[in-house]
Design a protein around this ligand. Structure first.
Ligand code: GUN
Length: 297
């Protein structure tokens, strides 16, 4: 039997993709365009290659056109900026994602800032970051958006809940905190320099762990009944010699018995990220066409 405490990210992401596929079909049936997503990968990082392949496969499944741009590791910054400019001007493309990390000789911030904010389905452009912080319509980073969807599924209203975000990255920690604040949670952002991390964490009704440290959050860090969202994906040596396994930032076996709900790794937040990328592509397309966009929840 499945444990109802364990939030099944694969199942929820599949539900979301079904809904997105229906919306894409509706949009096409009413004469609207087929949403187009361009994914740009520079270099041959194996993990990034797997992500990009998955993104394309999932896009195709929901009826979104995906366009893959695989560039060699020695691609110049100027050539990458020229490709982004071309995609910005291409009416078939409604969403642009440049896979991170980029090689060191390319200024990633410069590239992200060159993406048309209306097509910025990662939500990394300062325009969207600022909109998320100050109100108004914004494209929101996919991983935090997936976490929020899971939390809303569990709690409904997050208003007044005490939330802690462990980690302050631009991709997860900071936008996650902004989203929780937008939902009227009481938000703490903790990080590697925070004093007494364990007792800060123990006060929280909601814990979002995004620090990239294997199994850092232990049993005595978590208040009984808290909801724990684990964004970490860390590869560690397995018991069997020469093998590895994936673990999150949370010591799952210790924390699961006392949490009221928890996401596993793998199969928790991960699948939600791509589902939210598809959602953002549909939203970007709708807004560019002046069509309404209904949110998934
Ligand atoms: N690399 C790891 N996560 C992400 C993400 O969400 N977007 C992009 N563009 N690159 C990433």
């Amino acid at each position: 039997m499945t444990n109802p405490k364990i939030i099944d990210g694969n199942a929820l992401a599949a539900q979301m993709r079904t809904l997105i596929a229906e919306r894409v079909a509706e949009q096409k049936a009413s004469g609207g365009p087929c949403p187009g997503l361009a994914v740009v990968l520079v270099g041959d990082d194996p993990a990034s290659q797997v992500y990009v392949r998955n993104k394309n496969k999932r896009a195709d499944e929901v009826g979104i056109n995906s366009f893959e741009h695989l560039l060699p590791a020695d691609t110049s910054e100027a050539a990458l900026l020229a490709l982004v400019a071309q995609l910005n001007n291409d009416p078939k493309i409604h969403g642009i994602l440049v896979q991170l990390p980029l090689p060191n000789h390319i200024n990633a911030q410069k590239v992200l800032e060159s993406i048309d904010p209306a097509k910025d389905v990662d939500g990394f452009h300062p325009f969207n970051v600022g909109r998320l912080a100050t109100g108004g319509t914004a494209l929101v980073p996919c991983t935090p958006l997936g976490c929020l969807l899971m939390l809303k599924r569990h709690f409904g209203d997050l208003s007044g809940q005490r939330a802690i975000v462990l980690g302050r990255s631009n991709i997860v920690g900071k936008p996650m905190a902004q989203l929780l604040l937008r939902e009227s949670a009481t938000v703490t952002i903790a990080h590697s320099r925070s004093r007494d991390l364990a007792s800060e964490c123990r006060r929280a009704d909601i814990v979002v762990a995004a620090v990239g440290r294997p199994e850092m959050v232990r049993q005595d860090w978590v208040k009984p009944g808290a909801v724990v969202i684990d964004v970490g994906i860390n590869r560690v040596p397995a018991a069997e010699a020469g093998k590895t396994r994936l673990v999150g930032d949370v010591a799952f076996d210790e924390v699961m018995p006392l949490a009221s709900a928890i996401t596993p790794v793998p199969g928790g937040v991960g699948p939600m990220t791509i589902a939210m990328l598809l959602r953002n592509t549909l939203e970007a397309c709708a807004h560019q066409q002046g069509l309404p966009f209904r949110d998934l929840l």
